[in-house]
Design a protein around this ligand. Sequence first.
Ligand code: OGA
Ligand code: NI
Length: 382
Amino acid sequence: MNGLQDWPEPIVRVQSLSESGLPMIPDRYVKPLSDRPSSNRPENGDANIPIIDLTGLTDDETELSRSTMDQISSACRDWGFFQVVNHGVSPGLMDQARETWRGFFHLPMEIKQAYANSPKTYEGYGSRLGIEKGAILDWSDYYYLHYLPLTLKDYNKWPGSPDYCREVIDEYGKELVKLGGRIMKVLSINLGLNESHLQNAFGGENIGACVRVNFYPKCPQPDLTLGLSSHSDPGGLTILLPDHEVPGLQVRKDGRWITVKPARHAFIVNIGDQIQLQPQTQSGTLNLEPESKSFEFKVLSNANYKSVEHRVIVNSGMERLSLAFFYNPKSDIPIKPVRELVSADKPALYPPMTFDEYRLFIRLNGPKGKSQVESLKSPRCH
Ligand code: OGA
Ligand code: NI
C-alpha cells in the first residue's frame, strides 16, 4: 500500500464551479497573498522565451544546424524553456489534438465522470494534485494518460469520445516521441556528450511518455488564484502545446514571472527535474576545474540545465486548454551521478532514486515550486 488509495475529500470539478456562474471563488481556491499572480515584481511586458526555428536542424554538421543547436544551448542555460517552430509535427495534427480534447471537456459531466481518476495512478479525469486534506487547490481540471511504455498504455483509460479521440492521441503521441528524441540528441551533444547519452540514461527505447491535458475554466476572481501552482516538471523533457488564443503560462526568470506569448503552431519545450538530476561525464567541452567546488556542484547536480519553475494564471473571459507531453526516463532506472565522480569527500548531491519513487514523492505533496527537488539533497550536502 502506498497510501494513495483515494482522495481525502470529495472531488469538485472546477469546470462545474465555473459554469455555475458564482461571482466569488470558494475559499479553497484562494491563494496566500505571496502566491497570487500580482504579488511579484511587475513582469517585463516585452520579454518572451526564445523562439527557435528547427528547419535547419539536421544530422549533418551544417552551419545552420550548428547555429540552431547553439540557440537551444543558450535557451537551456538562460531559461530552461524555449519555443520551437518548424519542428516537423503537422499544424493540422496539433489543431486536431487540441480541438479533440476541447471536445472531451465539453462533453456532459456524466460521460467525463466515467473516467474519474484516483491518486493511485492519476490516470483519467482529475481535479487536484496531492492528497493533503484541506489543501488549497488550483483552478483547473485535467486528464492524464500513459502513452509509453506499452505495458502501461491502456486504451480503456483513454476517453472513448469524441469520435477518433484515441486515434488522434495515438498519432499525436507518435509524432511527439519523435520530436522528443530529436531534442534529447541536441541536449546530449550540447552538453558535450555522445548524442545518445541522455536517451540511453533514460532507458533507450524504453522511455516513458505521458500526456496531461490541462483545462482552465473561466474564473470570476483570477487575481486571487492560480490555474496551476508554481512547480518544476518532475520528468525528463516537457513538450507543451499551449492554447493558441489564451496566454496563461508564466516562467520564472531572475525572480520575475514572464508570461509566455505562444508563437503560431509552436511547441513550448522545457527541461524537467530528471535532466537537472542527470550527471554529466567528464568528457566533452565542459570547462573542468577539478579542484573547485563549483565544478563539483555542476557535475553532480547538472546545474547547467535547471528545471525551471513555472505556473499558470487564469482569466475571467476565456477558458484555456493545453496539452503537456512528458518525455520521461524508464520508471525503474535509478537516476544517479556517474560513479567515478562520487567519493567520500565528493558526495552525491541527491540520493539515487528511480523515476517511480520520485514521482510518488511529488504526488504525495502536490505542486510546491522547487522545494521538493531541494529537499531531496542529501543532508550532509546542505
Ligand atoms: C504542466 C504545465 C502549463 C500550461 O502541465 O506541467 O506546466 O500551460 N502546464 O498548462
Ligand atoms: Ni509543468
